[in-house]
Unconditional design. Structure first.
Ligand code: ATP
Ligand code: MG
Ligand code: MG
Ligand code: MG
Length: 564
């Protein structure tokens, strides 16, 4: 262990607050502010004070160690990025308002990186030329920027936040699967070491082929995600994926048939029809008429045919909005890609939707579109088919037991991207046979700053924060409950603990009652609290376990023996 110093509360640049911040909606938000870990700078933008920075660094350290252990190499890419690569991938327009955009003095467009697939692809294209250079896994722990529609819950959903993002590059599908597996296992170790209770759930794109995408969710009331969990088998899925699995195929609605109709309107031509710029690659399309949601296209990365809908609706009254609109109304609408690649849309809990309404099918391959979707017969502005809402007790798709629905925080997300970005940027390496081979990629994220809040949510109690040892800002919180003799004994304890390599927070503040200091210690949430109080003259201290609440009086030497 590295040498530790004693952090004195008398010098600590952080004040605890008695009152909850007025705008705080969640436990972690309230407690992290009150205990002096973070302070709000502007909406969704946070300053990390000394205690908070320690916890953040501890989370980063665990993440870094486990990423290094699977052979991933740490790099640091810029957060300030040029527009062009994001135009090549289509995300400059696809991201819409989520991107922070800015311009330099010469008028060139830039963005603050929300995630870095494009830039990593370019780095590898520059550095790797042969199959011998692959596989490679790269990661960074870096500040990300997303202009979230509703930054809330403190650091749980920031507009500036810390993410560990990594990217794998392989020459073959088996290689990608191996890189994905290594990440998945590393994530399990990371969250176990951090003490974060978590579930791995298949995510929407899982419907496109096994484990193409999985989310790591930390169950917590404050979470913005709902997931279904089977009490008898290991089935767990987010609601999009479970909705998909439970979809009955409607008897009256014949399965759509694929035909090659290159002239069928694409999402772009529909967009053009409705006044969206030609450069826009729309993903997750929501169509509103007079402010009401009337249709949704969820093509994943593919095209969707909403041309008929476009023709049906007068352009003047149609408004197109993108993915972020879903996040505001998760109760209303869910979409996903079905087993035959059909895009389906489910309207949830929409008061206007009568039971037994519709879906929209679309293209599943470039330039092909589904037939048998006839506006007026299959869907209209106010008529839908097949409405299913996943509810607690619905049958588990794998064993039939009644499902549970729980709230959770998304703390990690792993994807098999395939060749999407390699295609966009022409990322090839020279293969074994001397011919160019297109590279296949994965991308993997962990919300490092969000993990701090998720841990706070899961571990805090009515007295305050309560950190697992791996991330706590100190190992022991020594409280001088009195001047003179207690203070001297507390100083002695702190020096001895720090000397044996423990992180020590020493409450040496003058003029505060023992009660106030103990309340603060509980609020701050260091795993052990050592109090030098009434019996200091006999060398006796009280040792409290913050999590269990157990307390015991014992000679200081014995207490030191327990802790070191
Ligand atoms: P969410 O569904 O919560 O908006 P996301 O799916 O948009 O998250 P990803 O693009 O998968 O996020 O990013 C990887 C990880 O980064 C997420 O799993 C999450 O832990 C973290 N993250 C994403 N957005 C934020 C944010 N605004 N604030 C803090 N952490 C975030
Ligand atoms: Mg998001
Ligand atoms: Mg998400
Ligand atoms: Mg995600």
């Amino acid at each position: 262990m590295s040498t530790h110093h004693v952090q004195r509360m008398s010098r600590l640049m952080a004040k605890t607050l008695r009152e909850d911040p007025a705008d705080a909606e969640t436990l972690s938000h309230r407690l992290l502010v009150r205990a002096g870990y973070v302070r709000r700078s502007s909406a969704g933008v946070w300053t990390w004070l000394p205690l908070g920075k320690r916890v953040l660094d501890n989370v980063s350290r665990v993440v870094r160690e486990e990423m290094d252990a699977i052979g991933a190499q740490e790099v640091l890419l810029p957060a300030l990025l040029p527009k062009e690569p994001y135009e090549v991938s289509g995300r400059w327009s696809e991201y819409g308002d989520l991107l922070f955009r800015l311009r330099d003095r010469k008028g060139a467009d830039y963005l603050l990186g929300p995630t870095h697939e494009e830039i990593f692809t370019l780095v590898v294209k520059d550095q790797c030329t042969s199959y011998k250079d692959l596989p490679v896994m790269l990661y960074q722990i870096q500040t990300k920027y997303r202009d979230e529609a509703r930054p809330r819950s403190g650091v749980l959903r920031g507009r500036e936040f810390q993410m560990k993002d990594s990217y794998s590059f392989d020459v073959c599908d088996e290689g990608l699967e191996e890189s994905y597996r290594l990440h998945r296992e590393a994530y399990v170790r990371i969250f176990e070491r951090l003490g974060l209770d978590h579930r791995i759930v298949s995510a929407v794109s899982g419907a496109m082929g096994g484990s193409a995408s999985e989310e790591f969710l930390a169950p917590a009331e404050a979470g913005e995600d709902t997931f279904a969990d089977c009490p008898s088998c290991d089935y767990a899925a987010n609601t999009e994926a479970v909705t998909f699995a439970l979809t009955p195929v409607s008897a009256e609605h014949p399965p759509a048939e694929e035909v090659d109709t290159p002239d069928t309107p694409t999402i772009e031509t529909l967009g053009a029809h409705l006044g969206v710029p030609a450069s826009a690659t729309l993903k997750n399309l929501l169509v509103k008429v007079d402010g009401e949601i009337v249709a949704v296209g969820v093509p994943g990365d593919r095209e969707v045919d909403l041309g008929k809908l476009g023709e049906h609706l007068a352009p003047a009254v149609v408004e197109l909005v993108t993915a972020e609109d879903f996040t505001d109304r998760p109760d209303l609408v869910r979409g996903y890609v079905g087993p035959q690649g059909l895009e389906k849309v489910r309207y949830l809990a929409d008061p206007r939707v009568a039971p037994g309404t519709a879906w929209v099918t679309g293209a599943n391959k470039a330039d092909t579109h589904a037939r048998n979707v006839v506006c007026g017969r299959d869907f209209e502005v106010d008529r839908y088919l097949d409405v299913v809402v996943v509810e607690p007790g619905d049958p588990c798709p794998s064993c039939g037991t009644g499902l549970r629905l729980d709230r959770a925080i998304e703390i990690g997300h792993i994807f098999q991207l395939g060749r999407k970005y390699a295609d966009a940027f022409g990322l090839d390496v020279l293969g074994r046979e001397g011919k160019p081979v297109r590279v296949t990629m994965g991308s993997y994220g962990i919300g490092v700053s969000r993990a701090v809040a998720a841990l706070a949510e899961q571990t805090a109690d009515e007295r305050g924060l309560c950190w697992p040892a791996a991330v706590a800002p100190a190992d022991v919180h020594v409280v001088a409950a009195g001047k003179a003799v207690p203070l001297a004994l507390a100083e002695e304890a702190a020096t001895a603990l720090a000397g044996s390599g423990l992180g020590v927070l020493l409450d040496d503040r003058a003029g505060l009652s023992p009660g106030v200091k103990l309340t603060d210690a509980e609020l701050i949430g260091v795993p052990w609290i050592l109090v030098a109080g009434r019996r200091s003259a006999d060398g006796v201290v009280e040792l409290q376990n913050r999590a269990t609440g157990t307390r015991e009086e014992l000679p200081l030497t014995e207490a030191l023996g327990r802790l070191t």
